[in-house]
Design a protein around this ligand. Structure first.
Ligand code: HT7
Ligand code: ZN
Length: 875
């Protein structure tokens, strides 16, 4: 397969002023008639270029140009499915009629059926599977859509924009027309049709317009839409208040579908959502699910301005809309509850997914330079690191200038397709700050490592902080340049732990609170004056840059964990301290020595519980030990087994040593009132379940507590927290899992949880169980949620058992990828990822992983996406 390169971008030869589409829906044979008004692009480089329209798997039934049938000799159909007119006139009206088979579309890209209804997914390149079109984001077109379908089977007919008429036709059919007044790229096209019901509400915009809000679901799911609707209304209000962005259509539709490759899609006026991110009620959805609904609803809504009104020039600019929109949804969620806890969770996610990607074979810059399959670049780097880079700009120029920059960006690029440079230029022009050095953050892959070294001169009362940065090489980028790194910081007094005012050499006055140092070169020295005693530096407050901060001594980490004024650094220092201790224990375990125990870890748990009432949500973040993945990332070569055993040993020991305090907190936080997904209630449940996890690790008393919670809990958060603990017990696990399945077998999203819990079990037979579960009547390779819940959870969420010495975990994943690739290549390509990280394991595991990857690569007719992941993994 051929790679596409960023620098090969050329403006499109033709633009499409309008597209009139007509759909005659039928699962086996849908007919799509399209009328495109095309005109040569005045900005095109070649004034005589042919007209080329993308197409894939389309059966051409008819073609006319300017109303006249177009002879076969005047156009060609390419092997890739495209249609080329070698000698077009400069302005033409092209009519095509094609046939497609939505019910055979198992890739869920283009028009497909799910549960008897029709849905589309066009980002990134799905529209070409619906009709012939220049399917690239810089071609922005006004669309009108007419849909005809059997009225009894498909009573609801939806598309983008505003409704523009509906009526009955012949033979039991009916029709509906939709007009979208806003020009948009084809990837934002959407159509949904079927037997759906709406949960409706309305929102009055700041200029006083009423917008109808509908969430379309299958009958029976109406009672699970309230939180999505509430989140949508809060998002609409927030975007008006914080960015001045008002919604621009009369109606905002959301349709939920259970077969979907990703989380959701921001199609103009008709968002399509994975049911996982819409449906929530207390007895079926966990707190995490509620938070997921809020975030994804907000994210897709925010795309209306950052992505839809201003879109991307080409797919290399993907982070222009995704990084910016993730930044916006993070800001929104932070504003809904505790900013600090939200930040901790976001950083935890970044470290769990993006840092390993940046250190692996698929490492790429936030703005990639080339790709084989663009679907492979919807990555944590483009999304989460992209959001961090937007945050860097925000930190550098401040909130007010950032807002002015956003205004300018939209003013300059509304209704057009922009680049990452355009965004940076708007921020620069609005702030007057030279941001050119920040371009490197978009261009350079890899996670920078920052080390700090402090030196105190008692006689001069001077403290010198030296910061150094280094980014390890990544594939295709052996040499790295220094990046501009804002380091938000403060100084604590080492003795009292109190925050000190800071005065840098050359400054007239001392400052109180957090200040930001800019590390712009490989090394920088910062000299602080009037420092009365050796300080403890508190660095990277709020996680002010997406870097790894290394080398703080253990005693300083302990002081920071106990005393820092910045909640992020307080949390992070506790985690870093525990990680350092645990890695020491892992090394001891590998030498065959007994594990030992650092009493400071138990003290930290007790101190945390003693102060938990002030902020239970924060305490819940600080209580658990660092995860197995985080620990593995700190090692030159991971040792998943040793890490797991050390972590288990410590959990048991802390659970036993702190049993009284844990039990007391557990009892005190018992839920009394009705379920509520607000931040404080989530924090309390989360802390209580963290206590339960330690108690269950310590022994049978805790397990009995978990069993009692499992039996009595009235919300899914508490039921699932208990079940995940019981599943580790040979005595309680089988009965609890069977009871859970019997109770929830009719609810797809809950059955997903049942699969995941088993896939993430540390029990010895887990790999065999995962194989067996693939034959369970409820399992299907055709449903992406189910694939992710079983196979994704096993390979990414259970390092201990995935890296089982037998190699059976690797083999089962490779088998699944090979079986899934012909059905749904995009999901298969995502699934293969963990095998590509074989260099992080020691022999013989690394060799076994590599061989499985080779087996995937040797599979006949491999899709280009899976080929790209497997071949880059082996390179
Ligand atoms: N912009 C959306 C991306 C997306 C997608 C990409 C490839 C294949 C299927 C897909 N479904 C949705 C989602 C978002 O980031 O908002
Ligand atoms: Zn997005």
């Amino acid at each position: 397969p051929r790679a596409i390169h960023r620098l090969d971008y050329r403006p499109p030869a033709f633009l499409v002023d309008s597209a009139d589409l007509h759909f005659d829906l039928d699962p086996a044979a849908t007919v799509v008639r399209s009328t495109l008004v095309l005109r040569r692009n005045p900005k095109a480089e070649d004034r005589h270029a042919p007209l080329r329209l993308d197409g894939e798997g389309l059966t051409l039934l008819g073609i006319k140009v300017d109303g006249v049938p177009f002879p076969k000799t005047h156009y060609t159909l390419g092997e890739d499915g495209s249609l080329t007119v070698p000698n077009p006139s400069d302005i033409l009206v092209l009519e095509t009629e094609v046939r497609i088979a939505p019910e055979e579309n198992t890739a869920f890209s283009g028009l497909y059926t799910s549960g008897g209804n029709f849905y589309t997914q066009c980002e990134a390149e799905g529209f070409r599977r619906i009709t012939f079109f220049p399917d690239r984001p810089d071609v922005m077109t006004r669309f009108t859509v007419a849909i005809t379908a059997d009225k009894a089977r498909y009573p609801v007919l939806l598309s983008n924009g505003n409704p523009a008429g509906a009526g009955d036709g012949e033979g039991g059919k009916h029709w509906a027309k939709w007009e979208d007044p806003h020009p948009k790229p084809s990837y934002l096209f959407a159509l949904v049709a079927g037997d759906l019901v709406a949960v409706s509400d309305y929102f009055t915009t700041k200029s006083g317009r009423d917008v109808v809000l509908n969430i379309w679901v299958r009958a029976g799911d109406e009672d699970k839409c309230a939180y999505a609707m509430d989140s949508l209304k809060r998002s609409m209000k927030w975007d008006e208040e914080v960015y001045g962005f008002e919604y621009d259509l009369d109606v905002f539709n959301i349709a939920a579908v259970s077969d979907f490759n990703m989380g959701a899609m921001e199609n103009k006026g008709l968002n399509v959502f994975n049911t996982k991110f819409v449906l929530a009620k207390p007895d079926t959805a966990t707190d995490g699910d509620y938070q997921g609904v809020e975030t994804v609803i907000a994210h897709e809504y925010f795309h209306n301005w950052t992505g839809n009104r201003v879109t991307c020039r080409d797919w290399f600019q993907l982070s222009l809309k995704e990084g910016l929109t993730v930044f916006r949804d993070q800001q929104f969620s932070g504003d809904q509850g505790s900013r600090a806890v939200k930040r901790i969770r976001d950083v935890r996610g970044l470290r769990a997914a993006q840092f390993p990607e940046d250190a692996g074979p698929m490492a790429h810059p936030v703005r990639p330079d080339s790709y084989i399959e663009i679907d492979n670049f919807y990555t944590p780097t483009v999304y989460q690191k992209g959001a961090e880079v937007v945050r860097l700009l925000h930190t550098r120029i401040g909130a007010q200038a950032f807002r002015r920059g956003m205004d300018l960006y939209v003013e300059r690029h509304d209704n057009s397709a922009a680049t990452i440079e355009d965004f940076r230029a708007a921020m620069q022009d609005a702030s007057g700050v030279d941001l050119s050095a920040f371009a490197k953050w978009y261009e350079q892959a890899g996670t920078p490592e920052v080390t700090a070294e402090g030196e105190y001169d008692e006689a001069a009362r001077r403290y010198t902080l030296t910061l150094r940065q280094k980014t390890p090489p990544t594939p295709g980028q052996p040499e790295k340049r220094p990046l501009p790194i804002p380091v938000a910081m403060g100084l604590l007094d080492a003795g009292t732990g109190r925050e000190q005012p800071t005065r840098l050499q050359g400054e007239n006055e001392a400052r109180t609170g957090t200040r930001t140092l800019m590390l712009e070169d490989a090394e920088a020295r910062f000299v602080f004056e009037d420092v009365p005693a050796p300080p403890v530096p508190s660095l990277l407050r709020g996680f002010s840059a997406p870097v790894k901060l290394k080398g703080l001594p253990l005693d300083q980490l302990r002081t920071l964990a106990a005393r820092d004024t910045d909640p992020f650094t307080r949390w992070d220092s506790g985690q870093q301290y525990a990680a350092a201790v645990m890695l020491g224990m892992v090394a001891a375990h590998r030498r065959g020595e007994p594990p030992g125990f650092d009493p400071a870890l138990a003290e930290a748990v007790r101190a945390n519980l003693a102060g938990a009432d002030a902020d239970p949500a924060f305490a819940a973040e600080a209580l658990p030990l660092p995860g197995e993945g985080f620990l593995a990332d700190q090692m030159d070569l991971a040792d998943p087994e040793a890490i797991h055993l050390v972590r288990r040993h410590l959990r048991r020991r802390i659970g036993a040593e702190c049993a009284d305090a844990l039990r007391e907190t557990y009892e005190r936080l018992a839920d009394t009132g009705p379920y509520s997904p607000d931040g404080a209630s989530i924090g309390r449940r989360s802390l209580r379940n963290a206590c339960l996890a330690y108690l269950a690790a310590a022994g049978e008393d805790g397990m009995r507590l978990a069993r009692a919670q499992f039996d009595a809990a009235a919300n899914m958060t508490d039921v699932l927290a208990a079940l995940s603990l019981l599943a580790e017990s040979e005595e309680h696990g089988p009965a609890a899992l069977a009871a859970f399945h019997a109770r929830w077998r009719g609810d797809e999203l809950v059955v997903d949880k049942w699969f995941s819990i088993q896939a993430m079990s540390a029990q010895a037979g887990t790999a065999a169980r995962v194989r067996e579960l693939q034959r369970h009547p409820d399992f299907s390779l055709r449903n992406p949620n189910r694939v992710r819940s079983l196979l994704g959870a096993f390979a990414s969420g259970n390092p201990y058992r995935f890296h089982n010495r037998s190699g059976e975990g690797y083999a089962l994943l490779a088998d699944a990828v090979i079986a899934l690739d012909p059905i749904n290549a995009s999901t298969a390509a995502r699934l293969v990822g963990p095998l590509g990280l074989w260099r992080r394991q020691a022999p013989p595991l690394s060799g076994m992983m590599r061989r499985e990857l080779e087996r995937v690569l040797a599979a006949p007719n491999l899709s280009k996406g899976t080929y790209e992941k497997a071949s880059k993994g082996l390179a």
